[in-house]
Design a protein around this ligand. Structure first.
Ligand code: ADP
Ligand code: ASP
Ligand code: MG
Length: 416
């Protein structure tokens, strides 16, 4: 008998019909003798609707109250799913994050899970009951409701799997696995049967939102076996088939297979670029510009400082688009203070990245990437690299073209 945590995303619980399908799927895994914990998200579009309601009342909503509102979407689906399971004769019981006691820190709207109480869940599992636990939400030490950031149900599921030492955490979604790139942008994208944690972490952090990045970090650290699979297959698909479907996230050392050089192309439309020009090149300049940005809690992604010419340099960095206005007003203030010439910003950029552990052993990937973009007349505005990824910032109007041509140039549409 295995213990499995099954998470179902918004589309997968997007209607009464789909909730019934989820219940049938869970019932199938139960009937095969497994213990199952289910973690649903809110119905598709619901969290957006709730956040929009809050913003109608308060353009900059109070974060504590925002979490009270945003967390309600999942309270609806746990109840409905527990009912649907009961209708099928499966014993089930719904729990909010607070009822389980999913303890988080108090960083409203982006809280981190600190600990999860197991007692109730263990008692239910022993009694043959399926606990249906709300994703995305928790409670802080003072009893406030918290949420884990957009896409946070993935992290709820992984954290539950880690706490309960589950045999597998299955993330059911509206695609049948992790693809070489977002199949909505490139229809020729291929499903990967496996991807390493390291690559998945890069893909998620570079914009592939199929898994929330924190869930991948958590699973990697806690060695949770993680699989992404489809909730849109027939719910009575034989269990043996379903159990090996989708994409398994693997630990590299488990892999005997020859690795493809590139596993995927990720992209991110959420970035904005700020450039300070004519910066006097002297010690402390980077700190003078980025110190106040960090103090304002704004995360900086890429940073480039040009070689100085006649004692002056240009300094560029990127931030999340939501932080663009805040960052611009900080830098506008700093610019005259450090004797720099001007500041220019661009929030119509995007970042396209190639990811693959095979890059470690292959040379020429970067030049092939740059040539491919050049042949399409796509100008690269910034570049950053790490051991297993190369990212380029380009004008957002080229995003889809860049992803498509890179996908083709690296033969990601061909069976490996
Ligand atoms: P859920 O509501 O189930 O959590 P999400 O919308 O968060 O679903 O994630 C699934 C979506 O992720 C897919 O519909 C797909 O468009 C998108 N996606 C982005 N990159 C990838 C990728 N590399 N592989 C698969 N899906 C991807
Ligand atoms: N419902 C939340 C969201 O839309 C959490 C999730 O779907 O994972 O972000
Ligand atoms: Mg998601």
């Amino acid at each position: 008998m295995a213990l499995i945590v099954q998470k179902f995303g918004g589309t997968s619980v997007g209607s009464v019909e789909r909730i019934r399908n989820v219940a049938m799927r869970v019932a199938k895994w139960r009937a095969a003798g497994n213990q199952v914990v289910v973690v649903p998200s809110a119905m598709a579009g619901e969290t957006n609707r709730l956040l929009a309601l809050a913003r109608e009342i308060q353009p900059n909503p109070n974060p504590r109250e925002l979490d009270v509102v945003a967390s309600t979407g999942e309270q609806v689906t746990i109840g409905l799913l527990a009912m649907a399971l009961t209708e099928l004769g499966v014993k089930a019981r719904s729990y909010t994050g607070a009822q389980v006691r999913v303890l988080t820190d108090s960083a409203f709207t982006k809280s981190r899970i600190v600990a999860i109480d197991q007692d109730r869940l263990r008692a239910d599992l022993e009694a043959g009951i399926v606990p249906v636990v709300a994703g995305f939400q928790g409670i802080d030490a003072e009893g406030n409701i918290t949420t884990l950031g957009r896409g946070g149900s993935d992290t709820s599921a992984v954290a539950l799997a880690a706490t309960l030492k589950a045999d597998e955490c299955q993330i059911y979604t509206d695609v049948d696995g992790v693809y070489t790139t977002d199949p909505r942008i490139v229809p020729e994208a291929r499903r990967l049967k496996t991807i390493t944690f390291e690559e998945m972490l890069e893909m998620a952090s570079l914009g592939s939102k199929v898994l929330q990045i924190r869930s991948v970090e958590f699973a990697g650290k806690s060695r949770v076996r993680l699989r992404v699979l489809s909730s849109l297959t027939p719910p009575d698909l034989p269990i043996d088939e379903e159990a090996v479907s989708g994409t398994l996230i693997t630990f590299e050392e488990d892999e005997n297979m020859e690795q493809a050089t590139i596993s995927g192309v990720a992209f991110n439309r959420d970035e904005a670029k700020i450039t300070v020009t004519g910066v006097p090149d002297r010690p402390g300049i980077a700190y003078a510009i980025l110190g106040p940005i960090a103090d304002a809690n704004v995360d900086v992604d890429m940073i480039i400082q040009n070689a100085s010419v006649a004692g002056f340099t240009d300094f560029s960095f990127t931030v999340h688009r939501n932080d663009y206005d805040k960052a611009m007003s900080i830098v506008r203030k700093v610019t005259p203070e450090i004797g720099a010439k001007d500041v220019v910003g661009d929030n119509r950029i995007c970042k396209v990245s190639m990811v693959g552990v095979g890059m470690r052993s292959h040379v020429g990937i970067a030049s092939q990437m740059f040539r491919t973009l050049a042949e399409e007349g796509i100008n690269i505005e910034m570049i950053s690299t790490s051991e297993i990824k190369i990212s380029a910032v380009v004008n957002e109007k080229y995003l889809e073209l860049a992803v498509r041509v890179l996908h083709r140039a690296f033969s990601l549409d061909q069976p490996q």
